[in-house]
Design a protein. Structure first.
Length: 148
């Protein structure tokens, strides 16, 4: 009986993901939905639910979307066309990045040093506009994406 408890503890310890500054999970770089799911499940607190919501909105807007984790952030793209969005956790919010956000209509609200890039920030008590986010995702997916 004690051996089972010990092995269960080892399994859960292996699955423990290190959180970087801002509660951003450290997930190995790679392609695939499983890595993005591991990233989302490792996010603490209210941000996990927001990340699940964002991921679901992207899937709804762009069926068959390609997924990857790069630089400890999930990326979403179209095969052969590049990445159109991604997000990153910070202590107080999640930042959704539109790589060609300057071409979206209306443009997402948060500016960047790069005039092409725009952001949406999700804070804990926000009431996000899902319809607007889906529209931005569809628009962004139709544009040439960022190639990495």
């Amino acid at each position: 009986m004690a051996a089972k408890k010990k092995s269960a503890k080892k399994k859960s310890a292996k699955k423990k993901v290190r959180l970087l500054s801002g509660d951003n999970p450290q997930i190995p770089k790679g392609d695939g939905a499983a890595l993005v799911q591991a990233y989302i499940e490792a996010i603490p607190d209210w941000k996990r639910d927001v990340a699940r919501r964002i991921d679901g909105l992207i899937e709804r807007a762009v069926p068959g979307v390609a997924k990857a984790v790069k630089w400890n952030s999930p990326f979403y793209g179209i095969e052969g066309n590049g990445w159109f969005t991604g997000f990153h956790c910070f202590k107080k919010y999640i930042k959704v990045n539109f790589f060609r956000g300057g071409q979206l209509d209306p443009m997402p609200p948060v500016t960047s040093k790069d005039p092409e890039t725009r952001y949406v920030h999700y804070y804990e008590d926000d009431e996000p506009d899902d319809a607007q986010m889906v529209d931005w995702m569809r628009q962004a997916a139709a544009l040439p994406g960022w190639m990495s």
